[in-house]
Design a binder for this molecule. Structure first.
Ligand code: KG4
Ligand code: ZN
Length: 347
């Protein structure tokens, strides 16, 4: 079989996106984000996201098909994020994918969003060069507004074990909450990242959650960010109560340092514990300058090869679901069929 032509739909959170790939080659990746609609609420409002998906899905599909310049009858499969994510958001993508697959009489695959973040690395190469295979095993570090996970990936078409997750807030959620308490706009990640570049990361020593022997005892590499968020809130409040100015840039830099320190230390420790020499990062927080820099340094000194897909492929997008779909088709897995349901809690 020639390289499979797959259209993938992603709608798990606040991005409506459609990607089209031929094997490991990216033909289109159209993204419509409702992030601005959520800004005044300081976080994603599920009902608002769901309505926005409904409005955006048709035009986004059309744009992707035009950009890829394909005839839909040539598609080998349609794939869609089945979960995890917000239920009201997922169902829009799943319904659209079912309609498309039914009309075109093509196989339909319901896929795991998190695995899509790993598969997308296959697309991160120049057009005239072949894709680099994903190492087996590799460690995936997924950090976004909805997830903070370390996954041991033996094979992206099956064989994935979670070796760490957050026990409270996701990393991006911590960024968004700290931005809010500093009076900065949503989404907080990029704003704090910029402010931090003007600040001193050593100005305030904020706590590093779950780092006191936790890993050694349980062989788990879990994260906790709610204590850090509370520590920042207390520090800022104390300053305000005593009438002192809050040094925004120093708070941003010190908070960012705590997040990057704990995430990179755990990711490297998990890779070493499991004897893994390749790591892939994904999710919106993977765009963070300090996280990328510190992870590059720490993986290099640990002899771990790091793959950092370009930021547009790190945030939620349809191309990652199309790419995973193509891998699943190549692996000969059975389609999910038209009866698949969205599953917000998909592991
Ligand atoms: O993957 P994503 O686009 O959507 C999901 O949450 O699934 O990630 C969005 C999250 C937000 O919490 C945002 O504040 C964070 O990623 N983010 C960043 C940066 N850019 C986006 N966090 C830290 N530094 C950044 N440069
Ligand atoms: Zn995601």
């Amino acid at each position: 079989m020639s390289e499979p032509l797959v259209l993938g739909i992603e709608s798990s959170c606040d991005e409506t996106s459609v990607g089209i790939v031929r094997g490991e080659h990216l033909l289109a990746n159209e993204v419509a984000s409702s992030v601005e609609l959520h800004a005044r609420f300081g976080g994603v409002v599920p009902e608002v996201a769901s309505r926005a998906h409904l409005e955006a899905i048709g035009p986004t599909l059309r744009r992707a098909i035009e950009t890829a310049d394909i005839d839909l009858s040539e598609l080998d499969a349609v794939s869609v994020t089945a979960g995890p994510g917000l239920m009201g958001s997922l169902v829009v993508g799943v319904a659209a994918a079912k309609a498309l697959a039914a009309c075109l009489n093509k196989p339909l695959y319901g896929l795991n969003h998190l695995v899509g973040h790993v598969a997308v690395d296959l697309l991160d190469h120049p057009d005239d060069e072949p894709a680099r295979p994903i190492a087996k095993p590799c460690l995936a570090l997924l950090v976004s507004g909805g997830h903070t996970q370390l996954l041991k990936v033996d094979d992206i078409t099956g064989g994935i074990t979670e070796v760490g997750t957050t026990i409270d807030d996701a990393a991006g959620e911590a960024y968004d909450k700290v931005a809010r308490l500093l009076g900065l706009p949503y989404p907080g990640g990029p704003v704090i990242d910029r402010a931090a570049q003007q600040g001193d990361p050593k100005a305030i020593r904020f706590p590093r959650g779950l780092t006191a022997g936790h890993d050694m005892v349980k062989h788990r590499f879990d994260f906790s960010f709610s204590g850090l968020k509370t520590a920042v809130a207390r520090w800022v409040e104390t300053r305000r109560l005593s009438g002192d100015e809050v040094p925004l840039n120093d708070v941003a830099a010190s908070f960012q340092e705590a997040v990057a320190d704990v995430i990179t230390a755990k990711a490297v420790a998990a890779a070493q514990f499991h004897g893994i020499t390749h790591m892939i990062i994904g999710g919106g927080v993977a765009a963070n300058s300090r996280l990328r820099g510190l992870l590059a340094a720490r993986t290099a000194s640990a002899g771990i090869e790091l793959r950092r897909p370009r930021p547009a492929l790190c945030t939620d997008n349809g191309a990652m679901i199309a790419c995973l779909g193509a891998q699943v088709v190549k692996a000969g897995l059975a389609p999910s069929g038209l009866t698949i349901a969205a599953n917000s809690g998909l592991p």
